[in-house]
Design a protein around this ligand. Structure first.
Ligand SMILES: Nc1ncnc2c1ncn2[C@@H]1O[C@H](COP(=O)(O)OP(=O)(O)OP(=O)(O)O)[C@@H](O)[C@H]1O
Ligand SMILES: [Mg+2]
Length: 396
């Protein structure tokens, strides 16, 4: 699609003038003039967004034309064209407000890119001028808002890109996990046979089988990454799952380094959801919390459950007194592969899985954090069971 922006080509030589016109004609409205005098006359009569300016021309020197253009309307972007060996003039031109320089002979993609960039800048400048005048907002504020928008868009693109990569990788990773898992199963089976009858060993092997089944389940889920996820809808007691997750991590020594405080609201309603997924949610957040308190003297993990004020959701808040999260990272922490940990400690996948699982329960997650003071993750899960189903259960 053609851009309505106007570009003025100023060059005394027919060859470069015409080739620039041919390159840019499909994208912009093009005008051409042969010297500085004509250029200055043209910009006073017609709206121009960008000028490509040859620096070596008979009549008014290119650099003077540049100064006049910028003096007349500073918003007009100027790209200077430089021949071999005239880099000094190009640098001088940049000092006088030229946006960029292009070397002759032209490299087509470079010309297109430089002109597109110039037009974009012209439009942003115009927009901020209009907004500054009509809304009385400062240029810096507007640029801040634009920058924020662009950053958010870039972040979202990056997220989408990473998800695509993840989608391609995960079935392979899952396959690998499965291979090793088969060996673990086989060995455990052997162990069980060899130690048959010895109660003390049975307990260990039971644990190996239970945990291996969980890994198996994770691998199955990963294999289906990108396909519509399997989501069970059991009646579940969130506090029971929370307790189970905490106990499991305690058994593995994960929460050993912190004091755990539980503040549970009595008789919370059941919700409909996937036990396994919610367990993964809590486990990931608790492990993160236990990592966060590693280097702090105050090592508290506080787990609270409550009913939302409108009675429609269950709220689980997991807080720690750890290192906290930098403000600029608060949104990034849910991106796959975002991690601030060393390679062997974290892959940056935990919270992206947490977010996906919480969203599958039509829930949401809120994070608050103060650097050096701690972080708090609130998981809000809607109660989707209707009342007749929803017998309240006391704390497990
Ligand atoms: N409780 C917390 N306190 C401080 N920072 C946290 C906390 N929870 C998460 N983070 C930050 O968020 C990042 C992303 O967390 P996430 O769980 O997704 O990945 P990870 O823990 O780095 O790796 P993985 O979970 O894959 O082992 C962490 O690296 C850390 O910087
Ligand atoms: Mg983690």
């Amino acid at each position: 699609m053609k851009n309505e922006a106007s570009v003025l080509i100023v060059d005394d030589e027919l060859g470069p003038r015409e080739s620039l016109r041919m390159i840019l004609k499909p994208i912009f409205n093009i005008h051409t003039v042969e010297n500085g005098e004509e250029a200055l006359r043209f910009i006073r009569q017609e709206p121009v967004s960008l000028v490509t300016l040859d620096l070596k021309m008979p009549g008014i020197p290119g650099i003077e034309v540049l100064k006049e253009i910028k003096g007349y309307n500073h918003d007009i972007e100027v790209i200077v064209l430089t021949g071999y060996g005239s880099l000094n003039t190009a640098v001088e031109a940049l000092r006088y407000g030229a946006l960029d320089y292009i070397n002759k002979p032209f490299n087509i993609p470079q010309v297109e890119e430089a002109v597109k960039k110039g037009i974009k800048r012209y439009k942003i400048n115009m927009l901020s001028r209009i907004l500054t005048q009509t809304l009385n907002i400062s240029k810096e504020e507007i640029q801040g808002v634009i920058k924020m928008g662009v950053t958010q868009l870039e972040d979202q693109l990056l997220y989408a890109e990473k998800l695509t990569v993840l989608g391609q990788l995960t079935p392979k990773i899952a396959h690998e996990i499965n291979n090793h898992l088969q060996i673990i199963y086989g060995m455990a089976q052997q162990g069980l046979i060899k130690t048959k009858g010895e109660e003390v060993f049975n307990k260990y092997f039971d644990s190996i089988f239970t945990e291996a089944e969980k890994i198996d389940h994770i691998a199955q889920q990963l294999m289906k990454y990108g396909k519509p996820p399997e989501h069970n809808e059991d009646k579940i007691n969130v506090q029971k799952i929370l307790d189970h997750s905490l106990n499991l991590l305690e058994d593995f020594g994960e929460t050993k380094r912190c004091q755990v405080h539980r503040f549970y609201r009595e008789a919370l309603p059941l919700i409909r959801g996937d036990k396994f997924q919610l367990e993964q949610v809590f486990i990931n957040i608790i492990i993160n919390a236990s990592h966060a308190v590693e280097k702090t003297t105050n090592k508290k993990l506080i787990v609270e459950t409550d009913l939302s004020s409108d009675g429609q959701s269950i709220e689980v808040t997991i807080s720690d007194t750890g290192c906290g999260i930098k403000e600029e990272n608060l949104e990034k922490i849910f991106f796959p592969f975002f991690t601030t940990k060393e390679a062997e400690k974290g892959k940056g996948l935990g919270l992206s899985i947490v977010k996906a699982f919480v969203e599958k329960h039509q829930g949401r997650i809120e994070v608050k954090s103060k650097l050096e003071e701690g972080a708090s993750f609130k998981i809000i899960l809607p109660i989707t069971l209707d009342n007749k189903d929803n017998k309240r259960e006391p704390r497990a």
